[in-house]
Design a binder for this molecule. Structure first.
Ligand code: SF4
Length: 390
């Protein structure tokens, strides 16, 4: 388990930086948001071809790294971020090539927000019984592969900012549609709302219906675990939030601070689960994924979904991994560790998630009938052929 200690920051540290470092707002105020901030934090970057490349990529795209997250990035002997550091690679656009295939990100295509599902500017009625509410378009830090890039990464996003009138319309929509069982607060990063505002949103939702399932998704534990304040925990408890979805990508993100934040959330929220994006060079290997999922499980967070990288996201030349690689990783995990630590591997299709069958070629189970009885032919956890009953 890693512990983060305050070191270098983008702004000159104040005398009481030690105390300030654990304040989530201080983390946001001191986040690295420009190429100049990168150079101040990693001086050997100045004048390098890498910096020129990053600078070009950031033409219309946001950058964001909290000082906390910066401290987790490993440096080489020259003080440069390690070229293969999985944390650095997620938040800084370092890739050398641009893809131009039909599915690549073009800053216009949007794979998630199908017009016929958008019921207010911030609310999407997805599946039969759920609404996704995009409560904000900003984040604690910016993943350069973001699936919501048009909202979050684009500096000139045309997605509307959160407005009270849109919130009121969203509440009315939920009230008018009793088939909605669940409201999912998403974003961007919903925890970018300050505690009083977020508590107000949660109270509004809870006031609609006592049995409404309220779910909150966040990447705060990775980028700014100090965001899990006592006031936030109290609001989650008071409004009986059902579940918090923790977004995480690499075992090195699970620090002592991350685990402390999990403990606070667990004191108020019945269900914590993790969503993980499969990212080439970051976590698309069996040892890394296994360590990530076991560490989450060990600390009370169930690995829930592993998402295939979505082709319409930025950085596909760097982050895209084959579907067959995801199948191999998850099927091997299923044969080695508890199922509760194994996420469901899904394709994030615009019509809805699709669970990928995990059978390797020639290993799909077969159901057959003989003499009026059904038999299932399958492979057991060791890969041996078996028949049930038998
Ligand atoms: S925190 Fe989530 S919404 Fe924000 S940039 Fe990262 S993946 Fe996108």
């Amino acid at each position: 388990m890693r512990t983060v200690t305050p070191i270098q920051t983008a702004s000159p540290p104040s005398r009481d930086v030690e105390a300030a470092f654990t304040n989530w707002k201080w983390q946001q105020q001191n986040a690295l948001t420009s190429v100049n901030d990168l150079v101040r934090t990693f001086p050997p970057l100045a004048g390098t071809p890498l910096l020129a490349r990053i600078s070009r990529r950031l033409g219309s795209r946001k950058l964001g790294l909290t000082p906390y997250y910066v401290n987790l990035i490993e440096r080489d002997a020259h003080g440069l971020p390690r070229v293969d550091d999985p944390l650095w690679l997620q938040v800084v656009p370092t890739w050398t090539e641009d893809s131009n295939h039909a599915l690549s990100y073009d800053g216009e295509s949007e794979n998630w927000e199908l017009p016929h599902e958008i019921v207010t500017p911030i609310c999407q009625h997805k599946y039969d019984n759920r609404v996704i509410i995009r409560a904000v378009n900003v984040c604690h830090a910016y993943c350069q592969f973001c699936y919501e890039a048009l909202r979050t990464l684009e500096t000139e996003s045309d997605k509307g900012k959160f407005k009270k009138s849109d919130w009121a319309a969203t509440l009315k929509y939920i009230a008018d549609h009793p088939e909605i069982d669940e409201a999912i607060l998403s974003g961007g990063e919903p925890l970018m709302h300050a505690d009083p505002q977020l508590a107000g949103l949660l109270r509004d939702l809870r006031a609609l219906r006592p049995d409404l399932i309220i779910r909150v998704h966040t990447r705060a534990l990775t980028f700014n675990p100090y965001r899990i304040t006592e006031a936030l925990v109290a609001a989650l408890r008071e409004t009986r939030v059902t579940a918090v979805g923790v977004h995480v990508a690499h075992p090195r993100e699970i620090t002592a601070e991350f685990i402390a934040a999990v403990g606070k959330l667990r004191s108020a929220v019945p269900l914590l689960f993790a969503n993980i994006a499969l990212l080439a060079g970051i976590n698309d290997s069996l040892p890394v994924m296994k360590e990530l999922c076991l560490t989450l499980y060990r600390n009370g967070v169930l690995p829930h979904y592993l998402y295939q990288f979505m082709p319409f996201s930025p950085g596909d030349t760097q982050f895209s991994s084959d579907i067959s690689r995801g199948i191999a990783i998850v099927s091997q995990m299923k044969r080695r560790i508890s199922n509760m630590a194994v996420p469901e591997f899904v394709l994030p299709h615009k019509t809805g998630k699709f669970t990928v069958p995990l059978h390797l070629p020639g290993e799909a189970p077969q159901l057959e009938s003989r003499e009026g009885r059904e038999f299932m032919n399958f492979r057991n956890w060791k890969g041996e052929p078996c028949v049930f009953p038998g």
